[in-house]
Structure formats: structure tokens, C-alpha cells
Ligand binder design. Structure first.
Ligand SMILES: Nc1ncnc2c1ncn2[C@@H]1O[C@H](COP(=O)(O)OP(=O)(O)OP(=O)(O)O)[C@@H](O)[C@H]1O
Length: 228
């Protein structure tokens, strides 16, 4: 479902952020991407939702061939790949409801269908009662839950999370992990870049360790023999 073969990314300044990286991730997997700062984790995942273009290699995601994708197909890719960031990136002037509905408006839906789906995802993140509030009126953990609701509102096949617990305390981070696990159990593939070794050690999933733009370790969920 995600297949990268010999993928490299060289930025305009000459930095090789990803270096001949190959990996295969099946539908429904939950994969952590770990590694030191500057290892290339963000670049690796940015290529998957076409925030960055790979310089060479092959990237296939579901039915999309990212080296051949046309500009007009990019919005479809972005519906298939939901994204969550460390700093939430909610729109401050829109309510919680509007932040999520806004992400849906691009898809052809009736107002009734939009409302039903927005409340479905708000229910999943247990924040239905905050629908009319503004992001600034919410805690960091609540804002991240809204960002997750927004990312899954179009039922993506893949959810990418770049340091989703980076701004959150340990208990709130665990709440976010519970929600991600729930989404994963419903069939969505999850890729999560993280520095949070406690989560990686406590909540076991496949781990891809990246260093110098390469995967230096690919550890399956059942192979946890030592601390990350
Ligand atoms: N837009 C850019 N232009 C030029 N170089 C970049 C750009 N983005 C990242 N880099 C460089 O690419 C390398 C990999 O960066 P990347 O952000 O992918 O690493 P990372 O593993 O996500 O780091 P962190 O854990 O600190 O977020 C670094 O050397 C970084 O300076």
C-alpha cells in the first residue's frame, strides 16, 4: 500500500535529507518513525503527501504513483493521506465544527452529510460538546484531538502524524495514542514520526529507525528485544 524504492531527496541547498530509502508498509499497519534530529523523518513523510517532491526513486501509495502524479490529482492524494502536526495547525478564527467541516467542503457532499460526518469524528475524539468553541478555548490535547478529527474526516487510507505528542504532557500524549490506536483498529494505516521513546517502548508497533536519510533498523511489533 505504501512502497518506496530507492527514494532520495536533495534540497536546493544541496542537503541530502533522504538517501536511497526503500520500505514497504501494508494497509492497516501502525509504524513509528524514529531517529535523531535532522535524520530525515519529516522529509520522508512530507514526500508521502506531496509537501516535498522526491528527487529520485519510486513512491507508490494506494493507487497513486507519486513520481507520475498530475497536479490535478494532488487534491485526491491529500484526501487519501490525512496529516496531523505537532502544532495542530487549526484555523483560529473558525470554530471546532467549522475547522473540521472546512476540510470536507472540497469533497462533494450535502450540508446534512457534512454535519453527520463532522459529529461522527467529533464523537470519536470525544469532543462533540466543544463543537461551537474556538481552538484558543481548548487545551493542547483537545486541539490535537480536533486536528486528528479533521485529518480523518474524509476517511483517509493513511494517517500521517509528525510528532503529534510533541507539545503535550505524558497523560495527554497517552490519550492521543488511544485515539490513534482506535483509528488504526478501524483499518487506517498510521505513520507517526516521534521522539517520544516512552510511547514507542510502551505502546508497541513496528519501528523504522532513520539515520542520515536511511532506514537503519526495521523492527516489527513482535521483535521488541531492547529499549528504543
Ligand atoms: N526545506 C529544506 N531546505 C533545505 N534543507 C532542509 C529542508 N528541510 C529539511 N532540511 C534538511 O534536511 C535534513 C533532514 O531534515 P528533517 O526535517 O527531515 O529531519 P527530522 O528527522 O524530521 O528532524 P527533527 O526530528 O529535528 O524534526 C536536515 O539536515 C535539514 O536541515
Amino acid at each position: 500500500m505504501i512502497e518506496m524504492v530507492n527514494v532520495s531527496k536533495v534540497y536546493k541547498n544541496g542537503v541530502t535529507a533522504v538517501n536511497k530509502l526503500s520500505v514497504k508498509i501494508e494497509q492497516g499497519e501502525f509504524v513509528y518513525i524514529v531517529g535523531p534530529s535532522g535524520a530525515g523523518k519529516s522529509t520522508f513523510i512530507k514526500m508521502l503527501y506531496r509537501e516535498e517532491k522526491a528527487s529520485e526513486g519510486s513512491i507508490k501509495i494506494g493507487k497513486f504513483d507519486l513520481m507520475k502524479i498530475k497536479e490535478r490529482e494532488v487534491p485526491m492524494l491529500r484526501r487519501y493521506v490525512g496529516v496531523v502536526f505537532q502544532d495542530f495547525k487549526l484555523l483560529p478564527k473558525l470554530t471546532v465544527y467549522e475547522n473540521i467541516a472546512y476540510a470536507m467542503e472540497v469533497v462533494e457532499k450535502t450540508p446534512k452529510q457534512i454535519e453527520k460526518r463532522v459529529f461522527e469524528v467529533l464523537d470519536l475524539v470525544k469532543l462533540k460538546h466543544k463543537a461551537r468553541m474556538f481552538p484558543t478555548e481548548l487545551s493542547g490535547g483537545e486541539q490535537q484531538r480536533i486536528a486528528i478529527a479533521r485529518a480523518i474526516v474524509n476517511m483517509p487510507g493513511i494517517l500521517i502524524a509528525d510528532e503529534p505528542t510533541g507539545n503535550l504532557d505524558p497523560d495527554t500524549s497517552l490519550e492521543i495514542m488511544d485515539i490513534l490506536d482506535e483509528i488504526n483498529s478501524q483499518g487506517t494505516t498510521i505513520l507517526m514520526a516521534t521522539h517520544n521513546s516512552q510511547i514507542v517502548n510502551d505502546i508497541k508497533h513496528r519501528v523504522l529507525a532513520v539515520e542520515n536519510g536511511r532506514i537503519v533498523r526495521d523492527q516489527q511489533e513482535g521483535e521488541y528485544g531492547y529499549e528504543i
